[in-house]
Design a protein around this ligand. Structure first.
Ligand code: COA
Ligand code: AMP
Length: 635
């Protein structure tokens, strides 16, 4: 099929308002807009101004009313709880979301109030999200792998009226009680929620705090179902925190109207889905991928979505993904490359594949980190299906660079997520801040205004948003990624320009880890870098300089540092290694040369900058790295 990409892309840039107004016809509105785009407060853009809708109506009620009531909306497939599978129809989801919304209302939660959700991958988490959307409350989901202080920081920023939590999460080898984390986070936070709703899981119940925790089942049973409340298209649907350069996470806001339009459009045009088909994003609802492509995208488009509580390997084996695809008739799957590296490592010849019928499976999308060509080729050859890398971030909420399968795919170039998605004018800038020539590496930016669905701002922090994304390159949104565009217009996303690292598809801040290390009583100074890892893409590695007089064994201190990061940030940080050094390499103005340390660790040739304070330190760093198993590069 001849791809329509070029024509559609050109139109999206030439007539953005007309383009998105047409796309908006796929959404149910209770009131139409006065203006498609309001860019009067540039750099901030607002889409569908004056319009009203309800997101929960768009993802549930309208499908029930349109005849999909008995279609399965959500499949909870949970090998970690003994292969439990629970299927919920659109009607059941609507009824549960309406009851949950009623329970929220009973606790005084109304439009605009925040509700924090700290839950594992269970249907109740999705019901909670949709119940919030139903009454116009703003949800903020926090990933279960974050520790209490991270949770507390989010409680203080979002100031939720209510928290929904579950008694435990389940990892491959252990049950994780959530109570200690919830109790500690509420203790640490200055803001206290009015109430909590607690989902008791059979695997481990939690002792409720009297007067604070209300039982989910009882609340749902007694609740009066709540109708959908129309909200402004520009009202916030959710706040999702993501890592930035500093230890303080950024509260990415998502609106209701632009979000619905963008996700509906991408289900068809990026992922080539049709209503009634099954879409599976193997991610977690705590990440943006889970928000957009487990919950809001597939459901708004009338698809069946899968909520997978398991891993690519170990639950029980490297054939888990193939089982799910076959058993649930998945047409399109989305996961992170790291998951395929994990499968390949355990089953290089994909012997498990032969046991499953993948005849309904058509295409695999990968994102969350760059798909290395080796993994791409292995996935293509193993699955004998198209495999598309695509690139986006929490801030965008939906793909920015992709092979738009629904528009007719373009030829794949390994290492590239293909081209800019319609709506995004993506450019790479040179040192003069102007678009650079093809094949030249530089910061990747998006010309303003951003299309619908992208962050309108940061929660309660317009100024922070301006500083983080719009200030450095006026007229552009700064993605924080660097790369280049080739002569055919293909984009290559190579690295971050800030101190964010990507561990197993999870975005983490080295700055946050440095702040934790610096709190240790023996540490004078710390630096954390992301080093290459064959499974997770990157893993963090810490360097610490000890205070004078700190003379305890280094192994003991390193053990404590690893434990400290686990307690303060969470196991998801995967911080497992650190080393003690005499000094850190710095420029004469005192800036730590993390980039060079990373090159030494990854055995990549480097050149010491002219501004380095003392080049001899680089040799010391190489020696320290060798001592913990890193080859080390030469200048
Ligand atoms: N709650 C509590 N702890 C969690 C958690 C959660 N929701 N999710 C992860 N953790 C813990 C893990 O148990 C692990 O702890 P450990 O240090 O005691 O082993 C740690 O956090 C790191 O987890 P993870 O990054 O998942 O590493 P892993 O070694 O357990 O698994 C992969 C590696 C590749 C199998 C895994 O990262 C994976 O499945 N990735 C899929 C990609 C994905 O989901 N990407 C999201 C964006 S699309
Ligand atoms: P997150 O906000 O957690 O989704 O992380 C977004 C970041 O992950 C991006 O800014 C990139 O640095 C990285 N990323 C995501 N997808 C890709 C991809 N396909 N190629 C390269 N980097 C990616």
């Amino acid at each position: 099929m001849q791809s329509r990409y070029d024509e559609v892309y050109a139109r999206s840039l030439a007539q953005p308002e007309q383009f998105w107004a047409e796309a908006a016809e796929a959404v149910n509105w209770t009131k139409s807009w006065n203006r498609v785009l309001d860019f009067d407060r540039a750099p901030f853009a607002r889409w569908f101004v004056g319009a009203e809708l309800n997101t929960c109506h768009n993802v549930l009620d309208r499908h029930v009313e349109g005849g999909r009531g008995d279609q399965i909306a959500l499949i909870h497939d949970s090998p970690v709880t003994g292969n439990k599978i629970r299927k919920l129809t659109y009607r059941e989801m609507r009824d549960l979301a309406a009851r949950f919304a009623g329970a929220l209302a009973r606790h005084g939660v109304t439009r605009g109030d925040r509700v924090l959700i700290y839950m594992p991958m269970v249907p109740e988490a999705v019901i909670a999200m949709l119940g919030c959307a139903r009454i116009g409350a703003v949800h903020s989901v926090v990933f279960g792998g974050f520790a209490a202080p991270e949770l507390a920081a989010r409680i203080d920023d979002a100031t939720p009226k209510l928290i929904v939590w579950a008694s435990c999460g389940i990892e491959v080898n252990r049950v994780i009680p959530y109570k200690p984390m919830i109790d500690e986070a509420i203790r640490l936070a200055a803001h206290k929620p009015g109430a909590c709703l607690l989902v008791q899981r059979l695997e481990q119940r939690a002792e409720p705090v009297k007067g604070r925790d209300h039982d989910w089942d009882e609340e749902i049973a007694r609740a009066t179902p709540h109708e959908c409340v129309p909200v402004a298209a520009t009202d916030p649907l959710y706040v999702l925190y993501t890592s930035g350069t500093t230890g303080k996470p950024k509260g990415i806001v998502r609106d209701n109207g632009g979000h619905m339009v963008a996700l509906n459009w991408s289900m068809r045009n990026v992922y080539d889905m049709r209503p009634g088909e099954t879409f599976w994003a193997a991610s977690d609802i705590g990440w943006v991928v889970g928000h957009s492509f487990i919950v809001y995208g597939p459901l708004s488009y009338g698809c069946t979505s899968i909520l997978y509580e398991g891993k690519p390997v170990g639950t029980p084996d490297a054939g888990a993904y193939w089982r799910l695809i076959a058993e649930h008739g998945v047409k399109t799957m989305f996961t992170a490359p790291t998951a395929f590296r994990a499968i390949r490592r355990e089953d290089p010849n994909a012997t498990h594949l032969a046991k499953h019928d993948l005849s309904r499976f058509e295409v695999l999308f990968l994102a969350g980190e760059r798909t290395d060509p080796d993994t791409l080729v292995w996935a293509q050859q193993t699955l004998q299906r198209p495999v598309y890398d695509h690139w986006w971030q929490t801030e965008s909420g939906w793909p920015m660079g992709a092979n738009c399968a629904g528009l007719g795919p373009l030829p794949v170039k390994p290492g590239s997520p293909t081209k800019a998605v319609p709506g995004y004018r993506i450019e790479v800038l040179g040192e003069d801040g102007k678009p650079t020539t093809p094949e030249t590496i530089g910061p990747i930016v998006v010309k303003l205004p951003l299309p619908p669905g992208c962050l309108p701002t940061l929660w309660n922090n317009d100024e922070g948003c301006r500083r983080a994304y719009f200030e450095q390159y006026p007229g552009y949104y700064s993605t924080g990624d660097a790369g280049y565009i080739d002569r055919d217009g293909y984009l290559y996303v190579m690295s971050r320009t800030d101190d964010v690292i990507n561990v197993a598809g999870h975005r983490l801040s080295t700055g946050a880890m440095e702040e934790v290390l610096a709190k240790h009583r023996d540490v004078a100074e710390a630096a954390v870098i992301g080093v290459a890892d064959s499974l997770k893409g990157q893993v963090p590695l810490g360097f610490v300089v000890l205070k004078a007089g700190a003379n305890r064994p280094h192994e003991e201190i390193v053990r404590e540092l690893v434990q400290l990061v686990r307690e303060q940030i969470g196991p998801v940080a995967a911080f497992k290694q650190a080393t003690v050094v005499e000094r850190l390499p710095k420029t004469r103005s005192g800036k730590i040369l993390r980039g060079i340390m990373r090159k030494i660790a990854d055995a990549v040739p480097y050149a010491a900058p002219a501004t380095i304070d003392d080049p001899a330190i680089l040799g010391e760093i190489a020696t320290a790295l060798k001592a913990i198993g890193y080859a080390g590069a030469r200048s």
